[in-house]
Structure formats: structure tokens, C-alpha cells
Write a protein that binds this ligand. Structure first.
Ligand code: PGA
Length: 260
């Protein structure tokens, strides 16, 4: 894993794939995306495939992780998977609070905050998803919604925990709909998130990455990657297509190269 990459592109496979398809996809990722000098590529797969990621990606620059984590460290929690277990399979990252989980399984902001901290405690980089619904945006409440999601973590653990973490701004109306946020909407929210952390802890804000997620595709990737305070993307659908994912990563790479 690279320490110095400016941009990060995360593949969120969601509940897709099987051993054979994953192998083909990962081999294609490795051919084109291993050793990008300015972009960290991360693959977040369903739990059963972490061993496969470990064996195929171990000697590459591509990092991997899971899409969820237990808030508890160990114990009688049937069906849960702990931070230590993710580490056992070489994971370095974990998605936390994705709206597809928080909505379907009624995850509270407090639960999400606990997961964020347990990941950090065990040396995993949390990729915290925040974002508003369409109704909330139409009511002009998007910043209040995101502020509330972040405030829970700040209240429980302090703003300094955002150092070396990742926040992904994911407007819920943009996820899987083909309707991405406009660069103007992303610019506004990325600034809001950056400034909110920076007022409380400037050093932490400098070490925080803020990604954009929601219908990123090869056509809109470049315009979203150049958004100020945008450090990369979280990619669902297009990460399942090796060529499309490669084009998105290359857009990130071009932007971070020119930022140098
Ligand atoms: P999508 O998913 O790229 O398919 O919209 C994004 C996400 O899950 O954040």
C-alpha cells in the first residue's frame, strides 16, 4: 500500500461476484491499476472473498477491505465479523455506514460511530459514508444532515479521529441511479465537510481524505475528481466492469498527477 498517494479510488462490489468472476476482475485490475504512482486503489468485497483478495493482491499495490464491520471486538455475536478478523485477511480499509446498510438495517449514527472507532483502534482505515436523501436535498437540508452524521463521531470521540480516515460524500439519491451530483453540488458539500473538521482540528482535516460516491462513471469521473477538496471516489456499479473502473482510476491519476 502506498502512503503518499493523493487520490484514492475505492471499488465497492456490494453483494456481487463469485470466485471465478472475481478472479477475472482482479486480474484485469492488476494488469492496469497496480503501481499507479498517485492513486491508491482499494477493493471492498463481500467477507467470504477476503481470502481471495489476499492471495491475489498481496504482492500488488492495490489494497483491500470489507463493506462493514462489527462494533464489538469479539464475543457471542452471531453473524458478525470483527476488526481483528478483517486484519487476519490483510484488510486495510473498511466501508462504514453505507446508506444501503444504514437504511436497510436501521443503523444509528451512534452504531456507525462505534464501528468507525473500532476500525481505527485496530489499524483499519474507516471509509465513512455520509449523505442526504432526495427529500432532504429538496428541502435544502443536506448540510444539516451531513453535519449531524459527523457530529455524532465528533461528540463521542473528538474531531482528531478524522486524521488518516476517509469520508465519502454519497448523496443517497445518486447511488445506483445514474444521476451523479453535479460538480457544483459536490464542491459545496466537500468544502462543507472539510471546513467542519478543519475548524475543530486543522491537522486532522489535512490528513483526512474526502471522496465522492454515487453514479461515478467514465464520463463524469474527471469533472468530479477535479472538484476542490475531492480526494477520489467510491465506485459501485462501474467497479464491476474492469474497463470502466480503470478509466475512472485513470481520471483520478491524471488529476493527482497534475496537482503535484
Ligand atoms: P454506484 O454506487 O457507483 O453504483 O452509484 C456508489 C456507492 O455505493 O457508493
Amino acid at each position: 500500500m502506498k502512503k503518499t498517494a493523493q487520490k484514492m479510488v475505492v471499488a465497492n462490489w456490494k453483494m456481487h461476484g463469485n470466485l471465478k468472476q472475481n478472479q477475472t476482475l482482479l486480474e484485469a485490475y492488476i494488469r492496469t491499476l497496480d503501481n499507479l504512482p498517485h492513486t491508491q486503489v482499494v477493493v471492498c468485497a463481500p467477507y467470504p472473498y477476503l481470502a481471495q483478495l489476499q492471495s491475489l493482491l498481496a504482492d500488488t499495490d492495490i489494497a483491500w477491505g470489507a463493506q462493514n464491520i462489527a462494533k464489538m471486538e469479539r464475543g457471542a455475536y452471531t453473524g458478525e465479523v470483527s476488526a481483528e478478523m478483517l486484519r487476519d485477511f490483510g484488510s486495510t480499509h473498511v466501508i462504514i455506514g453505507h446508506s444501503e446498510r444504514s437504511t436497510a438495517y436501521c443503523e444509528s449514527d451512534e452504531n456507525i460511530a462505534q464501528k468507525f472507532m473500532v476500525a481505527k483502534k485496530h489499524g483499519l482505515t474507516p471509509i465513512l459514508c455520509v449523505g442526504e436523501t432526495l427529500i432532504e436535498r429538496e428541502a435544502g437540508m443536506q448540510e444539516n444532515v451531513v453535519a449531524k452524521q459527523l457530529d455524532t463521531i465528533i461528540r463521542m470521540y473528538g474531531a482528531q479521529v478524522f486524521a488518516d480516515a476517509v469520508i465519502s460524500y454519497e448523496p443517497i439519491w445518486a447511488i445506483g441511479t445514474g444521476l451523479a451530483a453535479t460538480p457544483a453540488q459536490a464542491t459545496e458539500m466537500h468544502k462543507f465537510i472539510h471546513d467542519k473538521i478543519a475548524v475543530l482540528d486543522e491537522a486532522a482535516a489535512k490528513r483526512l481524505k474526502i471522496l465522492y460516491g454515487g453514479s461515478v462513471n467514465p464520463q463524469n469521473a474527471l469533472q468530479l475528481m477535479v472538484v476542490k477538496n475531492c480526494d477520489g471516489g467510491l465506485i459501485g456499479r462501474c467497479s464491476l466492469n474492469a474497463q470502466e473502473f480503470e478509466q475512472i482510476c485513470m481520471a483520478a491519476e491524471r488529476v493527482s498527477q497534475s496537482d503535484e
